[in-house]
Design a protein around this ligand. Sequence first.
Ligand code: C5P
Length: 206
Amino acid sequence: MIIAIDGPAASGKGTLARRLADHYGLRHLDTGLTYRAVAAALLARGLPLGDEAVAVATARNLDLSRLDRDVLSAHEIGEAASRIAVLPGLREELVRAQRRFAQEPPGAVLDGRDIGTVVCPDADVKLYVVASAAERARRRTQELVSKGQDAEYARVLADLERRDQRDAGRAVAPLKPADDADLLDTSEMDIETAFKAAVDIVDSVH
Ligand code: C5P
């Protein structure tokens, strides 16, 4: 079974993906981390974010089993990830690795922006997770503060909205629901309620 979960930043899709993977005994890949890992490597070496050949070469050396959200969660890395995510050659390279991950038994939950549309268009279940920008900014601010990082709500909100616009507006694999995706709005849900709603959808579709 393959479950594809897409949605904008801080919509709750990552937490849902992890919980669903546990619940159904599937492997989990947060594909945002693959873009973040390449961005972090470029930033660390002072390499340009707009050079496709350099980004592709960096992606080739990526070990998908060693992606650490804690290390890659920094705000600047998310911003840089969204800037390099417009490079078609880089996307091709990462999508290849993501598909290999998805196809290994016993199946997987992948979350990102283009899983249902590009990476796994034949996924058994597709969820598109949304929440209002205000609620997403509130959650992200809380998350950053709890990790001891500097976070001011107004700035987090502005950054999220800018990143959503870039992700939804790009030419290649923009953020959007697949035609056959089920929509889940978590604005008014806590994580437990959202998880139960997601399980209901998976059980009814699968
Ligand atoms: O989900 P996360 O915030 O970690 O993603 C960082 C950035 O990586 C996103 O803003 C987006 O530009 C890019 N991304 C993508 N396609 C995916 C996952 C992430 O373009 N499947």
